[in-house]
Design a protein around this ligand. Sequence first.
Ligand code: HEM
Ligand SMILES: N[C@@H](CC(=O)c1ccccc1NC=O)C(=O)O
Length: 295
Amino acid sequence: MAPPRIQRSAGGHMSEPKKPHDIVHEEKAKLDFSQSMSYGDYLQLDAILQAQKPLSPDHNEMLFIIQHQTSELWMKLMLHELSAAIAHVASDELQPAFKMLARVSRIMEQLVHAWDVLATMTPPEYSAIRPYLASSSGFQSWQYRSIEFRLGNKNAAMLKPHEHSAERLAAVRAAYEAPSLYDEALRLLARRGLPMPASHTARDWTQPYEASDAVEQGWLVVYRQPEKHWDLYQLGEELIDLEDAFRLWRFRHVTTVERVIGFKRGTGGTGGVSYLRKMLDVVLFPEIWKLRTDL
Ligand code: HEM
Ligand SMILES: N[C@@H](CC(=O)c1ccccc1NC=O)C(=O)O
């Protein structure tokens, strides 16, 4: 028989290792939740954990559902942070905005790494599920579209997939009609006395953003003398950080899609990979990228 495992206690003498059962009692962990709010109560776990309802008999559908549900939860937090960050930039409160934007970028990074889990799904595994998805697709993610709009990638056609629900349409439309994070950043630069064209500080916010040499000149003042405009310089770099992470997300999406469905058309009606590749050309904050060539 193997000798009993022994452990040196803090006092230096040998003693039997404590059993987990004894530790829980010694630490006086609260174990009775018949009269008070529990972990599951607080987190509404009954609601969340009963929401995985595979439609197919396939084992892998659980992965597909949870991958999307967790992404939507992270997107919910992203929107919460992003909307608050925009409001703070609009009211000249940059310190809290920085904190929120840093969090948005880390969430985006989290979503970049999440693709690794989905990429364990092979083409035959996905083909078993795909017929059950009918014509649903990521185009109908109203949180995703609101994030794109809040980041300034405005496109009226993308309101259409939400028209069947007045409540969702109203939420996406609010993001579509409001100044984006970048619009508010440019207005801030103008308030700080930097040269900003009026065409970019007061405009129809529903229109797609158009890059401007004059805007680049304004940012260049900041980037040529960061010590004089430190917080605006930090804002510029937070924006680059965020767009960098978003680009990685788009790239992992298209690569994962190619790996799983090849060049099949998408359930949302597009060419699939060909459409997603075009999305890699989107530039959210063009002047802050372009000015790097001139420094
Ligand atoms: C095997 C997994 C996946 C496949 C095959 C796939 C495929 C596609 C395709 C082909 C499109 C273009 C629309 C269409 O014609 O269907 C699309 C769009 C989209 N997908 Fe996925 N996708 C996958 C996973 C995901 C995941 C995990 C998310 C995260 C929430 C996601 C979010 C989106 C979004 C937001 C769009 C709209 C993108 C845009 O308009 O730029 N997809 N997807
Ligand atoms: N567009 C995908 C389907 C798809 O990915 C999807 C379907 C339903 C719910 C979420 C989805 N994910 C994001 O596009 C396809 O063509 O296979």
